[in-house]
Structure formats: C-alpha cells, structure tokens
Design a protein around this ligand. Structure first.
Ligand code: KG4
Ligand code: ZN
Length: 287
C-alpha cells in the first residue's frame, strides 16, 4: 500500500462514487439530512480526502457533518443486518489494522476488554501469506490454500490462556522459521495449521469472556470475520451464545457501516464541527 497513491485514487474515485450512489439509490444531494465521513484511524491522506469531501457537501447543502470513528463503524455494520441487536453485546473486531475485544455496554458506550500487543489478526494473515510466497490480501488466499491442506503442524497460540490481549507477531515468526527449516512442507498444510492456531485463539478468547461474564450476544466484525473456519468454530457455541456476523461485504471496509454509525450520532445530534481534524491514530476514546 502506497499511502500517497491511495489518497490520489480516493480523489479520483470519490466524486464518481458519490454520483453512482445517488443514481442507484434514486436520490439527489438535496434528499440527504446529514453527511458523514471517517476521521480516523487510517491513512492521513485518505482521511483528508474523505472528510474534505464531506465537509464541502455539508457546507454547500447546509446539512450537519458527522465525523465517524472507523472502528465504531465496523461494530455498527452488524446493525445493518441485525436491526434487532441490542446492547450489551461483545464484539470481536478483527481487521488488517486492529484486533480488539470490545464490550458495547450501551449505544455509543464502549469498554475495551483486550487488544493486540503487536500484529493485528489480518496483518498476521497478510504477513504469513507473504512468507509463503502468496499474494495480497493474505486472508482469503490462506483460507483458500488451507482448504486443500491439513492442520498437522503445531504452531503456537500466543497468550492463549493469559487475559484478553492478543499477540500474533510470535506466531508469524514461528511460521517463518518453520518454512526455513522444513522446505519440504506443503504450503497448504502450513496455511491450514496457521489458520487453525490463529482462529482457535480468537474464538477461545471471545467465547471465554462472553461465557464468564454472562454476555449472550457476540458480534464479529472486520475483514477477518469473513473467514469461514473462524465462523465454523464460533458456530460450535451457538447453543450457549447468539453469534452474529454481518454479510461478507459488510465485514470488509465499506461506507454503509460508517453511515449506520453516523445515524446513531445523528439521532443524538452529535454533530461535528467543520474544523474537526483527521486523526490517523484515533482510539476508542473518541467515537
Ligand atoms: O476490515 P478490513 O477490510 O480493513 C481494515 O480495516 O484493515 O480488513 C482487511 C483484512 C486483511 O488483513 C485481510 O487479509 C483480512 O482482513 N481478511 C481475511 C479474510 N478476508 C479478509 N482474513 C482471513 N480470512 C479471510 N477470509
Ligand atoms: Zn476496517
């Protein structure tokens, strides 16, 4: 990913994308009540393009501008598919940049239960794919390779029974050493074994917290939530927990989830000022 090119591509496509969205939804700019954009976390250039576009529309249409936290957006993706979902619920947010266990106590009220101390889950998939000489993004490719392999290698499950933080950097390094020491090993088996270690760790932590704390609703969000092995493992807890995953297109980054999160702020008149700055390292303290 070259941040400079990503931002320029955003400029190139954003206007056309907005036009297409109005066409497909058979609306015009004059029909909208508010305009939202992600103001962090993320790449600064792309955040600037999105927020500047939204602020421009807000100013010219005289509608409120609402800055949205990208991470909160991932959680709210679930409300698009499950409008009946109500807090409290636990979210496992697993994307390319984040791995977090978040307790949504009430609408727009969150507590971080755990997070990764180094690599995010998606990042681990991406890095292991690179080690194995596969393409990007690594998650779907590893999942695909693993279908023709067996989980026969015992890779570490870091911090498995230690609290609710995650750590995937050591797992990635152990795959790296293993590949160097075992050139004869099949890529498919390594992919399956890695996927087993990482998904088992994720499922163990999220289900343990939910069961120990009497939380019955568990939602999965972020790009890694599209992994079918992860989903299958979670399904084993379906008699004890209600597990929600948004449809695949709502798991990876999308604008609908940002709009849904913004709607929650809109109802409470939590509008942003036009001088709201972008925040590449935005955490959960700011919604
Ligand atoms: O949420 P997302 O689209 O973007 C970020 O906000 O990061 O997540 C992208 C990440 C990538 O690291 C990608 O490898 C991973 O999600 N991913 C998957 C799968 N599909 C996407 N990881 C595992 N299995 C998948 N099927
Ligand atoms: Zn994301």
């Amino acid at each position: 990913m070259v941040p400079e090119i990503a931002a320029r591509k955003h400029i190139e496509f954003l206007y056309k994308l907005a036009q297409k969205a109005f066409e497909e939804s058979k609306t015009t700019p004059y029909d909208i009540d508010a305009i939202a954009a992600t103001y962090g976390p993320g790449l600064i250039g792309s955040l600037l393009v999105g927020t500047s576009f939204a602020k421009g529309m807000s100013l010219s249409l005289k509608v409120p501008f609402i800055g949205v936290n990208h991470l909160v957006g991932h959680i709210y993706a679930n409300f698009l598919d499950f409008p009946e979902l109500k807090p409290p619920f636990l979210t496992l947010l697993v994307s390319g940049g984040h791995t977090m266990l978040i307790l949504t106590k009430d609408y727009l009220e969150y507590e971080i239960i755990g997070q990764t101390r180094d690599d995010a889950a998606g990042e681990a998939f991406d890095k292991v794919a690179r080690i194995l000489g596969l393409g990007y993004p690594g998650g779907p490719i590893i999942e695909d390779k693993a279908k023709n392999g067996k989980s026969i290698y015992n890779f570490p499950k870091p911090l498995y029974d230690v609290g609710y933080d995650f750590s995937f950097s050591g797992l990635k390094t152990s795959v790296l050493y293993f590949v160097k020491e075992h050139p004869e090993a099949k890529i498919e088996d390594i992919a399956a074994s890695f996927q087993e270690a990482i998904t088992e760790t994720l499922v163990h932590k999220v289900t343990k917290y939910a069961l120990e704390n009497n939380i019955h609703e568990v939602v999965i969000a972020g790009g890694v939530a599209s992994n079918l092995v992860l989903r299958k493992k979670l399904d084993e807890y379906k008699d004890k927990l209600n597990i929600y995953y948004p449809r695949l297109t709502l798991c990876t980054d999308n604008a609908a989830m940002i709009a849904r999160a913004a709607y929650e702020k809109y109802q409470r008149k939590l509008f942003s000022k036009l001088d709201l700055d972008v925040c590449p390292n935005l955490g959960f303290s700011e919604i």
